[in-house]
Design a protein around this ligand. Sequence first.
Ligand code: T3D
Length: 261
Amino acid sequence: MASILVSLETGVLSITLNRPDKLNSFNPEMHQLLRQALERAYDEEAVRAVLLTGAGRAFCAGQDLSERNVSPGAAPIDLAISLGSHYNPLVRRLRELPKPVVCAVNGVAAGAGANIALACDLVVAARSASFVQAFSKIGLLPDSGGTFFLPRLVGSARAMGLALLGEKLSAEDAARWGLIWKVVDDAQLMKEALAISKNLSEGPTKGYGLIKKALYMSATNALDAQLDLERDLQRQAGFSEDYREGVAAFKEKRQPAFKGK
Ligand code: T3D
């Protein structure tokens, strides 16, 4: 059984983490297949939005710990190699992909699984889902961007509580705290996430890519630099076919037909 399922329909590339018996925890094969799927999302013009979810009762439990030999006498493991070759490139790819990425969190999202969800652009969670910064329970610190995303999304007091205590945060609290976009009933999750993804796949893809860039750069830019960035990106947006179409449709009082160009 492939550890990642991929399908393309009406401009939405759906990617499902598919190791349900392991709570979709990451092993090297799953990293490799996910990387390939995201490369496809980057390369193929027909892909205008990505939808990431998990199979079974979990979204993702982070690193598969059964692959880490910590028995007495075993050689110490250099986790920097794993982060440098797998997790960091994955987070960068999600953030830099110039197309919107929706994450449907169908169940528990723990460790790197939680932070990979947070690296996506729009996170919708099932009411029964939860988010766990499980790292401190095994002597680690949040990775996969956790120490960057958490304080920015929920403030440093809550970020510190989540990181130090490693307790489960319910999807409802995650939405209330501003960690994610919204929570929906379990039965509605995929319908809602697909509707959002389809809506995005019919939108001005270039403009969306520029929105991602501007908002993500605002986390580290000062106002002056951000104003300059908005000017430069708006120049690119204004040269797009979709801008012409958007304004023409507005003037003609009709729905725009964006092509993602
Ligand atoms: O190593 C590197 O490459 C560095 C990078 C690290 C990135 C990371 O993600 S480090 C953090 C790794 N993840 C965790 O520490 C999470 C560990 N899991 C949990 O805390 C809990 O299992 C959950 C909160 C995810 C779910 O809790 P619950 O009560 O719903 O389920 P459970 O009973 O704990 O787990 C069910 C089974 O899944 C169980 O196996 P069993 O007893 O039925 O045979 C459990 O061992 C297994 N499982 C859960 N998470 C993992 C896992 N097996 C391997 N790796 C896991 N991460």
